[in-house]
Design a protein around this ligand. Structure first.
Ligand SMILES: NC(=O)C1=CN([C@@H]2O[C@H](COP(=O)(O)OP(=O)(O)OC[C@H]3O[C@@H](n4cnc5c(N)ncnc54)[C@H](OP(=O)(O)O)[C@@H]3O)[C@@H](O)[C@H]2O)C=CC1
Ligand SMILES: CC(C)(CO)C(=O)C(=O)O
Length: 325
């Protein structure tokens, strides 16, 4: 039976732990430090009910071939985490990356090798962590969504000549999907996970920096005053995506952005919260990724580049103001 191993006790890692606890799935948590006070003691589910989390909290350990190691970390945290895990992955358990933005696949492949069983996932579930009145960490399931998962190299699975390899890759995808479905449904397998990730990138590239820079909730970016910026960010996104082999229709992607901003209207985006709580933002993996790919392909992404600069300046400013108080 596949075992679920969750790296980190962030909001999404803790939500996965809570889902496993609720549905009686065996899981282990691997925080950065086992003595960290941030390991969640309980979870508040969508129905408002609270329950405690009793999974094992362990340091990295050798996993077996049919285990599932999920890494719900930010892209800038991945290299360190994967380097810590590398000595324990000889049996090639499937590794699932789950984050916003892009660039995780490249980091993972450079460390694990191109043929490592690597899955990519994205989620629209919402979770946050807070401290209870007893100063214990608690995860709150704030919004029900879904998980989409797929192989990082579907094309190489199509052309692979080694049948064992083919079966192995497919099995690992199905095993991971089944396990995650028991933990936090619904989970959908995508035959083109890169397209799904690029699509989410467009949404984050518009909503996240605009809400962070203007200190507004998600719905505000639908206002007419942001119409030109939405257009420019999306136009550059569509051009860069096309140069990377991903075709998007400009009008459709602009509508998707508006739909998500409306559906999550009262929320403050993760980047808005990162600025507010003085955490490192994911700007490099979002608009920064668009700029990096544009530079590689020799096309312009000046609006996205400006947003990267502005968000970085805002982060630096917010930290400076706090340190002067
Ligand atoms: N929260 C949400 O609702 C959603 C989040 N996402 C995306 O999912 C990803 C994760 O987000 P989220 O859970 O909110 O982020 P968090 O910052 O809450 O979680 C990241 C966690 O990873 C831990 N960590 C970092 N490095 C290591 C390491 N080497 N070993 C073990 N643990 C480590 C961090 O610990 P430490 O504090 O010690 O650094 C932190 O607890 C992001 O890309 C986010 O955009 C997507 C959809 C919704
Ligand atoms: C979809 C969106 C914009 C929801 O807030 C998000 O993913 C984020 O805040 O990072």
């Amino acid at each position: 039976m596949a075992q679920l191993h969750i790296v980190g006790c962030g909001a999404i890692g803790s939500l996965l732990a809570a889902g496993a606890e609720k549905h009686n799935v065996n899981y282990s948590l691997y925080p950065r430090s086992a003595v960290s006070a941030d390991i969640p003691g309980s979870a508040v589910w969508l129905d408002g009910k609270t329950f405690s989390l009793n999974g094992s909290v362990l340091p990295p350990q050798s996993l077996s071939a049919n285990d599932v190691l999920i890494i719900p970390l930010k892209v800038y945290q991945l290299e360190e985490a994967l380097t810590q895990w590398l000595p324990f992955l000889n049996q090639k358990p499937v590794v699932v990356l789950l984050h916003n933005g892009m660039g995780g696949q490249e980091i993972a492949q450079s460390l694990l090798g191109d043929h490592y069983p690597l899955l990519l996932a994205t989620t629209s579930h919402g979770a946050l962590k807070k401290r209870t009145s007893r100063n214990v960490s608690q995860v709150i399931f704030t919004g029900s969504g879904s998980i989409t998962i797929g192989s990082s190299q579907p094309e190489s699975i199509d052309i692979v000549t080694d049948l064992d390899n083919l079966e192995n890759s497919k099995n690992k995808l199905i095993v991971a999907c089944d396990l995650l479905t028991r933990v936090l449904p619904p989970v959908t397998i995508s035959n083109d996970i890169l397209y799904a990730l690029w699509s989410k990138l467009a949404v984050n590239a518009v909503i996240n920096p605009l809400t962070a820079l203007n200190d507004v909730p998600n719905r505000a970016i639908c206002d007419e005053c942001y119409s030109e910026l939405r257009h420019q960010i999306c136009q550059e996104f569509v051009d860069v995506a096309a140069s990377c082999g991903q075709r998007f229709d400009l009008r459709a992607i602009k509508n998707t952005v508006l739909e998500v901003a409306t559906a999550t209207g009262n929320n403050f985006s993760s980047m808005h919260q990162d600025i507010k709580y003085k955490r490192q933002t994911e700007i490099d993996a979002i608009n920064g990724y668009i700029v990096t790919m544009a530079n590689k392909k020799g096309i312009s992404a000046s609006t996205n580049a400006l947003l990267v600069q502005r968000v970085k300046a805002l982060s630096a400013n917010t930290r400076l103001i706090t340190s002067q108080r």
